[in-house]
Design a protein around this ligand. Structure first.
Ligand SMILES: [Zn+2]
Length: 367
Protein backbone atom coordinates (compact mmCIF):
# COMPACT_ATOMS: atom_id res chain seq x y z
CA UNK A 1 0.00 0.00 0.00
CA UNK A 2 2.90 2.37 0.78
CA UNK A 3 4.51 1.48 -2.53
CA UNK A 4 1.21 2.06 -4.30
CA UNK A 5 1.09 5.58 -2.84
CA UNK A 6 4.58 6.22 -4.12
CA UNK A 7 3.77 5.01 -7.62
CA UNK A 8 0.48 6.92 -7.71
CA UNK A 9 2.03 10.21 -6.56
CA UNK A 10 4.84 9.91 -9.07
CA UNK A 11 2.30 9.10 -11.77
CA UNK A 12 0.20 12.17 -10.94
CA UNK A 13 3.29 14.39 -10.75
CA UNK A 14 4.49 13.28 -14.18
CA UNK A 15 1.02 13.41 -15.69
CA UNK A 16 0.50 16.96 -14.37
CA UNK A 17 3.89 18.05 -15.63
CA UNK A 18 2.99 16.76 -19.08
CA UNK A 19 -0.38 18.56 -18.92
CA UNK A 20 1.29 21.80 -17.92
CA UNK A 21 3.84 21.63 -20.71
CA UNK A 22 1.18 20.77 -23.29
CA UNK A 23 -1.27 23.46 -22.14
CA UNK A 24 1.47 26.02 -22.42
CA UNK A 25 2.81 24.86 -25.79
CA UNK A 26 -0.61 24.55 -27.43
CA UNK A 27 -2.65 27.36 -25.86
CA UNK A 28 -0.07 29.49 -23.99
CA UNK A 29 -2.16 28.58 -20.95
CA UNK A 30 -0.75 28.22 -17.44
CA UNK A 31 -2.37 25.42 -15.44
CA UNK A 32 -2.49 26.14 -11.72
CA UNK A 33 -2.38 23.66 -8.87
CA UNK A 34 -6.13 24.19 -8.55
CA UNK A 35 -6.71 23.33 -12.25
CA UNK A 36 -4.63 20.18 -11.89
CA UNK A 37 -6.45 19.05 -8.75
CA UNK A 38 -9.75 19.50 -10.57
CA UNK A 39 -8.56 16.95 -13.14
CA UNK A 40 -7.94 14.30 -10.47
CA UNK A 41 -11.46 12.77 -10.38
CA UNK A 42 -11.41 12.23 -14.15
CA UNK A 43 -7.93 10.78 -13.89
CA UNK A 44 -9.13 8.36 -11.21
CA UNK A 45 -11.90 7.16 -13.55
CA UNK A 46 -9.34 6.51 -16.25
CA UNK A 47 -6.89 4.81 -13.84
CA UNK A 48 -9.01 3.19 -11.08
CA UNK A 49 -5.96 2.17 -9.03
CA UNK A 50 -5.41 5.88 -8.24
CA UNK A 51 -8.70 5.90 -6.32
CA UNK A 52 -7.24 3.42 -3.82
CA UNK A 53 -4.72 5.90 -2.47
CA UNK A 54 -5.14 8.97 -0.24
CA UNK A 55 -6.35 11.78 -2.51
CA UNK A 56 -4.61 14.38 -0.35
CA UNK A 57 -1.32 12.70 -1.19
CA UNK A 58 -2.12 13.06 -4.88
CA UNK A 59 -2.92 16.73 -4.38
CA UNK A 60 0.41 17.13 -2.60
CA UNK A 61 2.12 15.81 -5.72
CA UNK A 62 0.47 18.63 -7.69
CA UNK A 63 1.50 21.14 -5.05
CA UNK A 64 5.11 19.93 -5.21
CA UNK A 65 5.05 20.37 -8.97
CA UNK A 66 3.68 23.88 -8.51
CA UNK A 67 6.52 24.64 -6.08
CA UNK A 68 9.05 23.29 -8.56
CA UNK A 69 7.73 25.75 -11.16
CA UNK A 70 7.81 28.62 -8.69
CA UNK A 71 11.46 27.85 -7.93
CA UNK A 72 12.17 27.63 -11.64
CA UNK A 73 10.68 31.08 -12.34
CA UNK A 74 11.74 32.88 -9.19
CA UNK A 75 15.17 31.41 -8.49
CA UNK A 76 16.01 30.42 -12.05
CA UNK A 77 16.63 26.87 -10.91
CA UNK A 78 16.33 24.06 -13.48
CA UNK A 79 13.08 23.28 -15.32
CA UNK A 80 11.02 20.66 -13.41
CA UNK A 81 11.96 17.13 -14.43
CA UNK A 82 9.85 14.02 -14.80
CA UNK A 83 10.28 11.71 -11.83
CA UNK A 84 11.80 8.32 -12.57
CA UNK A 85 10.98 5.08 -10.80
CA UNK A 86 14.72 4.56 -10.77
CA UNK A 87 15.41 7.53 -8.46
CA UNK A 88 17.30 6.26 -5.41
CA UNK A 89 14.79 7.78 -3.01
CA UNK A 90 11.05 7.72 -3.68
CA UNK A 91 8.51 9.51 -1.55
CA UNK A 92 4.96 10.72 -1.06
CA UNK A 93 3.38 13.18 1.33
CA UNK A 94 0.55 13.04 3.82
CA UNK A 95 -0.48 16.63 4.59
CA UNK A 96 -2.88 15.86 7.48
CA UNK A 97 -5.15 13.33 9.23
CA UNK A 98 -2.33 11.06 10.34
CA UNK A 99 -1.74 10.12 13.97
CA UNK A 100 1.44 9.54 15.90
CA UNK A 101 1.47 7.38 19.03
CA UNK A 102 4.73 7.69 20.94
CA UNK A 103 3.78 5.19 23.65
CA UNK A 104 2.87 2.39 21.30
CA UNK A 105 5.48 3.43 18.72
CA UNK A 106 2.99 3.54 15.88
CA UNK A 107 1.91 5.89 13.16
CA UNK A 108 -1.50 5.71 11.55
CA UNK A 109 -1.68 6.90 7.95
CA UNK A 110 -4.97 7.47 6.12
CA UNK A 111 -5.90 4.65 3.69
CA UNK A 112 -2.88 2.68 4.91
CA UNK A 113 -3.48 2.09 8.58
CA UNK A 114 -1.22 1.56 11.54
CA UNK A 115 2.49 0.98 11.07
CA UNK A 116 5.05 0.17 13.73
CA UNK A 117 7.87 2.69 13.68
CA UNK A 118 11.04 3.54 15.58
CA UNK A 119 11.17 7.17 16.70
CA UNK A 120 14.46 9.01 16.39
CA UNK A 121 13.16 11.58 18.84
CA UNK A 122 10.00 12.83 20.45
CA UNK A 123 8.61 16.21 19.49
CA UNK A 124 6.10 18.79 20.64
CA UNK A 125 4.15 21.16 18.47
CA UNK A 126 1.78 21.26 15.57
CA UNK A 127 2.35 18.45 13.11
CA UNK A 128 2.38 19.60 9.50
CA UNK A 129 3.14 17.53 6.41
CA UNK A 130 4.52 14.02 6.84
CA UNK A 131 6.78 12.72 4.08
CA UNK A 132 7.11 8.96 3.65
CA UNK A 133 10.16 7.82 1.72
CA UNK A 134 11.85 4.59 0.73
CA UNK A 135 15.49 4.09 -0.20
CA UNK A 136 16.74 1.84 -2.97
CA UNK A 137 17.66 -0.73 -0.32
CA UNK A 138 14.07 -0.88 0.87
CA UNK A 139 14.32 1.12 4.11
CA UNK A 140 11.22 3.16 4.92
CA UNK A 141 11.26 6.52 6.66
CA UNK A 142 8.70 9.10 7.63
CA UNK A 143 9.78 12.65 8.34
CA UNK A 144 7.31 14.93 10.04
CA UNK A 145 7.40 18.69 9.76
CA UNK A 146 6.58 20.15 13.17
CA UNK A 147 5.88 23.78 14.01
CA UNK A 148 7.24 24.18 17.54
CA UNK A 149 5.96 27.76 17.72
CA UNK A 150 9.40 29.13 18.56
CA UNK A 151 10.41 32.18 16.50
CA UNK A 152 13.66 32.02 14.52
CA UNK A 153 16.35 34.01 16.33
CA UNK A 154 17.41 37.42 15.01
CA UNK A 155 20.82 37.34 13.35
CA UNK A 156 23.64 38.12 15.77
CA UNK A 157 26.12 40.90 14.98
CA UNK A 158 29.29 39.88 13.21
CA UNK A 159 32.68 41.45 12.66
CA UNK A 160 35.64 40.52 10.53
CA UNK A 161 37.01 38.54 13.49
CA UNK A 162 33.90 36.44 13.84
CA UNK A 163 33.50 35.78 10.11
CA UNK A 164 35.07 32.83 8.34
CA UNK A 165 35.62 32.35 4.61
CA UNK A 166 35.34 28.88 3.11
CA UNK A 167 36.80 27.67 -0.16
CA UNK A 168 35.73 24.23 -1.39
CA UNK A 169 38.01 22.20 -3.62
CA UNK A 170 39.00 18.78 -4.82
CA UNK A 171 42.35 18.45 -3.03
CA UNK A 172 40.75 19.12 0.35
CA UNK A 173 37.04 19.16 0.97
CA UNK A 174 37.21 22.68 2.37
CA UNK A 175 39.78 25.29 3.37
CA UNK A 176 39.03 27.99 5.93
CA UNK A 177 40.33 31.54 5.90
CA UNK A 178 41.94 30.93 9.30
CA UNK A 179 44.21 28.34 7.67
CA UNK A 180 42.44 25.15 8.67
CA UNK A 181 42.04 22.45 6.02
CA UNK A 182 39.31 19.83 6.10
CA UNK A 183 40.26 16.68 4.21
CA UNK A 184 37.70 14.46 2.56
CA UNK A 185 36.89 11.68 5.05
CA UNK A 186 38.98 8.56 4.52
CA UNK A 187 36.04 6.21 4.95
CA UNK A 188 34.45 7.91 1.96
CA UNK A 189 37.52 7.23 -0.19
CA UNK A 190 37.49 3.54 0.73
CA UNK A 191 33.79 3.26 -0.05
CA UNK A 192 34.37 4.89 -3.44
CA UNK A 193 36.91 2.20 -4.29
CA UNK A 194 34.39 -0.46 -3.31
CA UNK A 195 31.71 1.29 -5.37
CA UNK A 196 33.85 1.04 -8.49
CA UNK A 197 34.32 -2.71 -7.97
CA UNK A 198 30.59 -3.28 -7.41
CA UNK A 199 29.66 -1.20 -10.45
CA UNK A 200 31.96 -3.28 -12.62
CA UNK A 201 30.40 -6.47 -11.24
CA UNK A 202 26.91 -5.29 -12.18
CA UNK A 203 27.93 -4.46 -15.72
CA UNK A 204 29.47 -7.93 -16.20
CA UNK A 205 26.28 -9.79 -15.24
CA UNK A 206 23.71 -10.81 -17.84
CA UNK A 207 20.81 -8.36 -18.08
CA UNK A 208 17.67 -9.61 -16.34
CA UNK A 209 19.52 -12.39 -14.52
CA UNK A 210 19.14 -13.16 -10.82
CA UNK A 211 22.83 -12.55 -10.24
CA UNK A 212 22.56 -9.11 -11.75
CA UNK A 213 19.68 -8.30 -9.43
CA UNK A 214 21.79 -9.41 -6.47
CA UNK A 215 24.72 -7.32 -7.64
CA UNK A 216 22.47 -4.29 -8.09
CA UNK A 217 21.22 -4.69 -4.55
CA UNK A 218 24.78 -4.78 -3.23
CA UNK A 219 25.61 -1.69 -5.25
CA UNK A 220 22.56 0.14 -3.86
CA UNK A 221 23.64 -0.73 -0.32
CA UNK A 222 27.09 0.68 -1.00
CA UNK A 223 25.57 3.87 -2.45
CA UNK A 224 23.44 4.22 0.64
CA UNK A 225 26.42 3.71 2.93
CA UNK A 226 28.34 6.44 1.10
CA UNK A 227 25.38 8.81 1.35
CA UNK A 228 25.13 8.13 5.08
CA UNK A 229 28.85 8.62 5.68
CA UNK A 230 28.81 11.80 3.62
CA UNK A 231 25.77 13.23 5.39
CA UNK A 232 27.23 12.43 8.79
CA UNK A 233 30.45 14.22 7.88
CA UNK A 234 28.61 17.22 6.40
CA UNK A 235 26.26 17.60 9.36
CA UNK A 236 29.10 17.53 11.88
CA UNK A 237 31.24 19.95 9.88
CA UNK A 238 28.46 22.44 9.11
CA UNK A 239 27.31 22.38 12.74
CA UNK A 240 30.84 23.09 13.93
CA UNK A 241 31.35 25.95 11.47
CA UNK A 242 28.01 27.55 12.39
CA UNK A 243 28.68 27.17 16.13
CA UNK A 244 32.15 28.67 16.01
CA UNK A 245 31.40 31.70 13.82
CA UNK A 246 28.84 34.51 13.62
CA UNK A 247 29.02 34.80 9.83
CA UNK A 248 30.19 32.44 7.10
CA UNK A 249 31.31 33.54 3.66
CA UNK A 250 31.11 31.17 0.70
CA UNK A 251 31.48 31.46 -3.03
CA UNK A 252 28.39 30.41 -4.99
CA UNK A 253 29.02 27.16 -6.84
CA UNK A 254 29.62 26.95 -10.54
CA UNK A 255 26.75 24.63 -11.45
CA UNK A 256 27.36 24.66 -15.20
CA UNK A 257 31.02 23.76 -14.78
CA UNK A 258 30.03 20.91 -12.52
CA UNK A 259 27.61 19.31 -14.93
CA UNK A 260 30.36 18.95 -17.50
CA UNK A 261 32.42 16.71 -15.28
CA UNK A 262 31.42 13.07 -15.15
CA UNK A 263 34.17 11.65 -12.99
CA UNK A 264 32.86 9.73 -10.03
CA UNK A 265 34.92 11.38 -7.30
CA UNK A 266 34.06 14.75 -8.79
CA UNK A 267 30.35 14.06 -8.92
CA UNK A 268 30.34 12.92 -5.30
CA UNK A 269 32.12 16.13 -4.31
CA UNK A 270 29.64 18.21 -6.30
CA UNK A 271 26.74 16.68 -4.43
CA UNK A 272 28.59 17.19 -1.15
CA UNK A 273 29.27 20.89 -1.69
CA UNK A 274 25.66 21.50 -2.66
CA UNK A 275 24.33 19.81 0.47
CA UNK A 276 27.07 21.34 2.63
CA UNK A 277 25.98 24.82 1.55
CA UNK A 278 22.30 24.12 2.09
CA UNK A 279 23.08 22.71 5.55
CA UNK A 280 25.05 25.88 6.31
CA UNK A 281 22.09 27.92 5.08
CA UNK A 282 19.44 26.35 7.28
CA UNK A 283 21.71 25.97 10.30
CA UNK A 284 22.66 29.65 10.07
CA UNK A 285 18.99 30.54 10.04
CA UNK A 286 18.25 28.26 12.97
CA UNK A 287 21.03 29.65 15.17
CA UNK A 288 20.83 33.32 14.13
CA UNK A 289 24.03 33.30 12.11
CA UNK A 290 24.57 34.88 8.70
CA UNK A 291 25.56 33.16 5.48
CA UNK A 292 27.24 35.55 3.05
CA UNK A 293 27.30 34.30 -0.49
CA UNK A 294 29.44 36.00 -3.08
CA UNK A 295 29.08 35.55 -6.82
CA UNK A 296 31.67 33.49 -8.54
CA UNK A 297 34.59 35.56 -9.65
CA UNK A 298 37.31 33.92 -11.62
CA UNK A 299 40.49 34.87 -9.82
CA UNK A 300 39.63 34.09 -6.16
CA UNK A 301 42.84 32.12 -5.90
CA UNK A 302 44.87 34.44 -8.15
CA UNK A 303 44.46 37.63 -6.13
CA UNK A 304 46.86 38.31 -3.28
CA UNK A 305 44.59 38.54 -0.24
CA UNK A 306 47.01 40.99 1.37
CA UNK A 307 47.72 43.60 -1.32
CA UNK A 308 45.29 42.77 -4.16
CA UNK A 309 47.94 41.94 -6.74
CA UNK A 310 46.59 39.63 -9.48
CA UNK A 311 48.92 36.74 -10.29
CA UNK A 312 47.85 35.90 -13.84
CA UNK A 313 50.54 33.26 -14.23
CA UNK A 314 49.14 31.04 -11.49
CA UNK A 315 48.24 27.60 -12.86
CA UNK A 316 46.00 24.92 -11.35
CA UNK A 317 49.02 22.88 -10.31
CA UNK A 318 50.54 25.72 -8.28
CA UNK A 319 49.57 24.91 -4.71
CA UNK A 320 51.69 27.72 -3.26
CA UNK A 321 52.98 31.05 -4.51
CA UNK A 322 54.74 34.19 -3.35
CA UNK A 323 53.28 37.59 -4.17
CA UNK A 324 55.86 39.55 -6.19
CA UNK A 325 54.38 42.79 -4.93
CA UNK A 326 54.23 42.40 -1.15
CA UNK A 327 56.31 39.24 -0.77
CA UNK A 328 53.61 37.32 1.10
CA UNK A 329 53.85 33.55 0.73
CA UNK A 330 50.43 32.06 -0.03
CA UNK A 331 48.86 28.65 0.21
CA UNK A 332 46.57 28.66 -2.82
CA UNK A 333 43.39 27.50 -1.04
CA UNK A 334 43.86 29.48 2.17
CA UNK A 335 44.44 32.60 0.07
CA UNK A 336 41.23 31.88 -1.85
CA UNK A 337 39.28 31.42 1.39
CA UNK A 338 40.67 34.73 2.70
CA UNK A 339 39.59 36.46 -0.51
CA UNK A 340 36.10 35.00 -0.29
CA UNK A 341 35.80 36.39 3.24
CA UNK A 342 37.20 39.76 2.17
CA UNK A 343 34.86 40.13 -0.81
CA UNK A 344 31.83 39.01 1.21
CA UNK A 345 32.55 41.66 3.86
CA UNK A 346 33.00 44.28 1.16
CA UNK A 347 29.60 43.33 -0.25
CA UNK A 348 28.15 44.34 3.10
CA UNK A 349 28.46 47.89 1.75
CA UNK A 350 24.90 47.24 0.66
CA UNK A 351 23.68 47.78 4.18
CA UNK A 352 25.43 51.11 4.59
CA UNK A 353 28.80 50.43 6.19
CA UNK A 354 31.45 52.54 4.52
CA UNK A 355 34.52 51.04 2.90
CA UNK A 356 37.33 51.42 5.38
CA UNK A 357 35.25 50.59 8.43
CA UNK A 358 33.59 47.51 7.10
CA UNK A 359 36.11 45.00 8.26
CA UNK A 360 36.28 46.21 11.84
CA UNK A 361 32.88 47.70 12.56
CA UNK A 362 30.15 45.34 13.67
CA UNK A 363 27.34 44.92 11.21
CA UNK A 364 23.85 44.98 12.67
CA UNK A 365 21.53 42.99 10.47
CA UNK A 366 18.44 43.65 12.51
CA UNK A 367 18.26 47.22 11.19
ZN1 LIG B 1 50.59 40.80 -2.28
Amino acid sequence: MLMQHIHACRFVYNHSLEQKIRAYEQHKQKLSCFDLNKQLPALKKEYPWLAEVNSQSLQSANKNLDNAFTRFFREKKGFPKFKSRKNPVQSFQVPQHYRVDFDRERIRLPKIGEIKIVFHRHFDGKMKTATVSVTSTGKWFVSILVDDGKPTPNPVRFTSDTTIGIDVGLTDFATFSDGEKIANPRCLKNSLQRLKVLQRRVSRKVKGSKNRKKAIKKLARCHEKIANQRNDFLHKLSFRVVSENQAIAVESLNIVGMQKNHRLAQSISDVSWGSFFSMLEYKCERYGKTLLEIGQFEPSSKICSRCGYINRNLTLSDREWTCPDCDTHHDRDINAAMNIKKFALQDQNLIGISGAERAVEPVDLSQ
